[in-house]
Unconditional design. Structure first.
Length: 271
């Protein structure tokens, strides 16, 4: 473990995409836009092989954040609870649309550390979603996971302030990626380097490793494959080290994915 932790110095958060499938058609979803307007980029949806989940778990340092989603709905994964239990030494989380909160309650409660439920602007299902959230919170009681509701865009917080949950806000951006933010620009850290790049990796359901969890239908941020290389080797790979130098020089324009991304790793509130 000591060798593993040392080789992954700096890694604070890892997204493991248990599934790329989703059970909702949000109007702000980039995948829906890709499926509709860019047939050459259409994604193949499916689940991560459980053996791959186990292999990843064996390489992850203690006490980092592990989130089990990327662009899909993590609760659709057939062995969700079992997968989460592989990461008992980490801080576990999902961001979910909440549709399966009650159906998967036994796999969530006393298993996940934290959970965030996304509330999307102009969602026709918002009232039904609120009923599910209330039912889930009552069922959960004082047990984990610590719960937040994530208000995305212009959403009134009045119904959610009454819940036993943390209320957070996020600004909307283009469905095709983290740019064209509405109302205000994203927060930029004083260091002038994207904190996501410095401390974050994402593994998609096929084992491809990316520098962050930003929407990336062209795969511009991919730096390796955990099926072929240890995670630590990918983290310290020549490609990532080269891109790190560009980040330090203020040359995001030289990194394919970062060149058009406006996010700097610091989530920005909509108010």
């Amino acid at each position: 473990m000591r060798t593993k932790a040392k080789s992954l110095y700096g890694l604070a958060r890892l997204n493991v995409e248990l599934t790329s499938r989703c059970n909702k058609k949000c109007w702000i979803c980039g995948r829906r836009k890709v499926d509709r307007d860019y047939p050459e980029l259409v994604m193949k949806y499916g689940d991560m092989d459980f053996a791959l989940v186990k292999m990843i778990a064996e390489q992850v340092p203690k006490n980092i954040v592990v989130q089990f989603h990327r662009d899909g709905e993590a609760l659709l994964y057939p062995e969700f609870g079992k997968a989460v239990r592989l990461f008992k030494s980490q801080i576990t989380n999902i961001v979910t649309n909440g549709i399966l909160l009650i159906e998967k309650a036994d796999e969530i409660i006393d298993n996940l550390d934290t959970i965030s439920i996304s509330i999307i602007e102009n969602d026709d299902l918002a009232k039904e979603q609120l009923k599910l959230i209330k039912k889930f919170l009552k069922l959960k009681g004082d047990r984990k996971p610590f719960t937040s509701v994530r208000l995305v865009g212009n959403v009134s917080d009045a119904p959610y302030r009454k819940l036993d949950a943390l209320v957070i806000r996020r600004i909307l951006h283009s469905p095709m990626g983290s740019f064209s933010y509405r109302k205000k620009n994203p927060t930029i850290p004083e260091i002038g380097i994207c904190t996501d790049f410095l401390h974050h990796l994402c593994i998609n359901r096929e084992g491809k490793v990316s520098i962050c969890v930003r929407f990336d239908p062209k795969g511009l941020g991919i730096i390796g494959n955990v099926k072929k290389q240890p995670l630590a080797q990918i983290w310290n790979s020549p490609k990532r080290m080269k891109w790190l130098e560009y980040q330090k020089q203020g040359r995001r324009d030289k990194i394919p994915l970062c060149s058009y991304c406006e996010f700097w790793g610091v989530p920005t509130s909509s108010k």
